[in-house]
Design a protein around this ligand. Structure first.
Ligand code: BG6
Length: 478
């Protein structure tokens, strides 16, 4: 059968966000404090967390951009109307765990939090937009971090189970697409965001990190099981950060190194969540780092029996690797620093731009797993300039997205089963890694700045009109 080089009918075009980066209203509706709420603004925000003695408290002297976000909590109707105007078929968002269980360990959910998302989902359905919901996107309740040590503690599985049961039951008629943990593999490099704990000394990293992963895998399988039981017509996916790894050259030393890095970072979590078992290559790593997982009876069966229906992944960049690298060769801007790729240009934040890398990623993932794929994040963080007449000419963003969409079309022609594309930050929001507003991804500009000033007014950028055309022509007109 010849694969057609076009997007399938019903392709889920849309945009992606996360609660903590856009909602604001951090003290409203009985919401509890999450990890994102104790992250100050600024490029150093993630390093702050790893400083010895970080106390996960809000410091009155500091500015916390996530507290107000872009005020989606109050402006969701206006924002969803704009998404509908672009013709969105899907909107990826997350539920803030701390709206539903403010401290994470309560026995009953918070009605005000549940009611908020009812209103958001109803608004989306009013326009025929399908919600795609991430259950946990970098915003664990701080109480679970302080009292239990985050995911390293097995008790957190029970709290998570309570949380997912509450939301599956409540939204069973409103949400059909779910994802468990955002960029689950990012815990390998940033344990604080996904796993809920900081590591102060490198040598203390291994055992707690992988024990925490094991707990998340069990929790993820439990969520898949519950989702299928409570919402039989649902689809639930994993969500991984995927940056295909290239060997710097054909030196076999570099090729094997790139392969090992790829297996470890890109495939370890997906292998467990999609294939239902720990990959064999990880055993050697466990042995070399003296990691012994505490696995309870029934854990591995649960993982084997309840695998995900699709793979959601973020794609921003590729990664080039070399076994021995000098400081000068390193590509510091990338999320996971390899070496600079001489064939690629980088964004203003040093993220290397590689549309063909998306085609490569889609082929690698589909070849390995044979389950539907969903690109749930991709986009260009850039500085935007508002002209005197109020217009914003973000041609650089259009170019970036166009090339990535073309790459997806090629992958579809290669035979990949791709079900949707939600570009990241369809409306400007707080950057996760740097806490900036000035790193903008949106089709919709939000008047909000790094010093906290701004009216929060929304404006359509040039890319808004371009994306609308892309959607209405199902990706034909780029
Ligand atoms: C992904 C995250 O890593 O990249 C998002 O899932 C994040 O939460 C996005 O916002 C872009 O990263 P940044 O740091 O530019 O916001």
């Amino acid at each position: 059968v010849q694969n057609e080089k076009k997007f399938p009918e019903g392709f889920l075009w849309g945009g992606a966000t996360a609660a903590n980066q856009m909602e604001g209203g951090f003290h409203e509706g009985n919401k509890g404090i999450s990890i994102a709420d104790v992250l100050p603004g600024g490029k150093e925000r993630l390093h702050v967390l790893n400083q010895p003695g970080f106390n996960f408290e809000i410091d009155k002297e500091k500015y916390y951009p996530n507290h107000e976000g872009i005020d989606f909590y109050h402006r969701y109707k206006e924002d969803i109307a704009l998404f509908a105007e672009m013709g969105f078929k899907a909107f990826r968002m997350s539920i803030a765990w701390t709206r539903i269980f403010p401290n994470g360990d309560e026995s009953a959910p918070n009605e005000e939090g549940l009611a908020f998302y009812d209103r958001v989902f109803d608004e989306l359905h009013k326009y025929g937009i399908e919600p795609v919901v991430t259950i946990s996107h970098y915003e664990m309740p701080v109480n679970l971090v302080k009292k239990y040590g985050g995911w390293r503690n097995r008790k957190v599985i029970t709290f998570f189970e309570r949380y997912v049961n509450a939301i599956f039951k409540r939204y069973k008629n409103k949400v059909k697409y779910w994802m468990t943990f955002n960029e689950i593999n990012s815990g390998l490099i940033m344990p604080i965001m996904g796993l809920g704990f900081s590591i102060q000394k490198e040598e203390d990293r291994y055992q707690p990190t992988f024990q925490a992963f094991h707990h998340q895998f069990v929790a993820s399988s439990m969520a898949v099981k519950a989702c299928h039981e409570i919402i039989p017509d649902s689809k639930i996916g994993c969500m991984i950060l995927f940056a295909p790894v290239y060997a710097y050259d054909c030196n076999p030393e570099n090729v094997i190194y790139a392969l090992q890095e790829e297996s470890f970072f890109n495939y370890f979590c997906a292998d467990v969540q999609v294939r239902g078992e720990y990959p064999t290559f990880i055993n050697r790593y466990f042995k070399e780092h003296k990691i012994e997982l505490e696995i309870h009876d029934g854990d591995l069966e649960l993982i084997r029996e309840h695998t995900v229906d699709y793979i959601g992944f973020s794609y921003y960049m590729s990664r080039t690797e070399k076994k021995e690298k000098t400081e000068q060769e390193k590509a510091h801007g990338n999320i996971i620093p390899g070496v600079k790729n001489p064939f690629l240009k980088a964004s203003d934040w040093g993220w290397e731009i590689d549309p063909i890398g998306l085609r490569i990623s889609l082929n690698k993932l589909y070849g390995r797993y044979r389950v539907p794929l969903f690109v749930v994040e991709n986009g260009l963080g850039a500085y935007d300039q508002v002209e005197e007449d109020g217009s914003i000419h973000d041609d650089y963003r259009i170019d970036y997205l166009r090339e990535h969409i073309k790459a997806m079309r090629e992958a579809i022609a290669d035979g990949v089963d791709l079900i949707g594309y939600t570009s990241w930050g369809c409306i400007d929001l707080v950057s996760a890694s740097t806490g900036e507003f000035s790193k903008r991804y949106g089709f919709i500009y939000v008047d909000k700045h790094d010093d906290g000033s701004g009216t929060l007014e929304r404006r359509k950028k040039k890319s808004f009109f371009w994306y609308k055309e892309v959607i209405v022509t199902n990706g034909e007109k780029l």
